[in-house]
Design a protein around this ligand. Structure first.
Ligand SMILES: CCCCCCCCCCCCCC(=O)SCCNC(=O)CCNC(=O)[C@H](O)C(C)(C)COP(=O)(O)OP(=O)(O)OC[C@H]1O[C@@H](n2cnc3c(N)ncnc32)[C@H](O)[C@@H]1OP(=O)(O)O
Ligand SMILES: CCCCCCCC/C=C\CCCCCCCC(=O)OC[C@@H](O)COP(=O)(O)O
Length: 233
């Protein structure tokens, strides 16, 4: 008798999924968060058993665990230029940042021995926070620039010493307003330290990278007019 309320739910849920794209959007959003949390629950003991704790090699486990999530959300990726990441040694990857779904794109192409820079608040995101820590993600306090710069300088040293690659979102935050936000400088300071350039090269490197990413962004956006939000209300 107690289970009688389940019947309307079972009937209404498919109806809403069928008729309302807004509902589909929020349903997928909740599913995404819950499923990533669950995947992290599975990944945590695997990483601990495999590496004994925080280790960049755990990113392989995370990458493997996350790669199928796109199918549940109806997403597909078209990858080009992947071969350029297949070089030895450390390097910095930069990408634009529109939503938390960018993690799926990241895991699609993430090279070995590559981790990322993330805001420290992510550490407290339950099991996802824990798996981020185990994967060697570098956490920065965006409200304290001097702390963030120190953490990134240490990360640059580790990059060189341990031949690690880092993925940075140089906009520093998610941006769904079209185009790119001005780049923060941290990624380029990392790159110059890893490549033996000087601080004088930061501005030029940043401007050139911005130009290249902006034109690629506009080209790709021209091909796809889909937004990240619900398509109709
Ligand atoms: C199984 C389940 C799996 C789940 C998987 C989950 C995966 C999760 C993935 C999670 C993904 C989560 C993704 C996320 O969480 S994205 C959010 C966090 N990420 C970032 O913020 C990264 C980008 N931010 C930066 O790089 C910023 O530059 C920082 C934060 C460092 C400072 O920002 P700030 O706001 O202060 O601005 P500014 O850049 O203008 O800098 C100001 C000045 O400082 C100088 N300066 C800067 N840096 C350095 C340096 N290193 N050495 C020496 N100097 C440095 C700089 O030249 C400038 O000086 P000047 O040139 O004007 O004279
Ligand atoms: C018990 C605690 C519950 C906390 C719930 C946390 C929910 C997060 C869990 C799963 C989400 C899926 C994993 C994706 C992680 C992507 C993180 C992300 O995209 O962070 C945003 C950050 O780049 C920029 O932040 P802001 O745009 O500046 O803000």
């Amino acid at each position: 008798m107690d289970a009688v309320w389940i019947l309307p739910v079972l009937l209404v849920l498919p109806l809403l999924l069928w008729t309302s794209s807004t509902f589909v959007f929020y349903f997928k959003k909740c599913f995404y968060v819950a499923y990533m949390m669950l995947l992290a629950v599975i990944a945590i003991p695997i990483c601990i058993l495999k590496s004994g704790g925080r280790d960049i090699e755990n990113m392989r486990v995370i990458r493997f665990m996350v790669r199928h999530v796109k199918y549940f959300l109806g997403l597909r990726f078209q990858v080009s230029g992947w071969e350029h990441l297949q070089t030895d040694g450390p390097y910095v990857i930069i990408s634009n940042h529109q939503s938390s779904l960018d993690v799926l794109g990241m895991m699609e192409v993430l090279p070995d021995r590559c981790s990322t820079i993330a805001k420290k608040e992510l550490l407290w995101a339950g099991t996802v926070g824990m798996i981020c820590w185990l994967g060697g993600i570098v956490f920065i306090n965006r409200k304290k620039t001097s702390d963030a710069k120190n953490v990134m300088s240490d990360a640059a040293k580790t990059m060189l010493a341990d031949k690690i690659r880092l993925w940075v979102f140089p906009e520093g935050t998610r941006n769904q307003n079209g185009g790119l936000l001005p780049f923060k400088k941290g990624a380029f300071h990392l790159a110059i330290q890893a490549q033996g350039l000087t601080a004088d090269d930061v501005t030029l490197l940043s401007e050139q990278s911005f130009g290249i990413m902006r034109s690629a962004f506009l080209e790709i956006s021209g091909q796809s007019v889909q937004s990240n939000g619900p398509s109709t209300h």
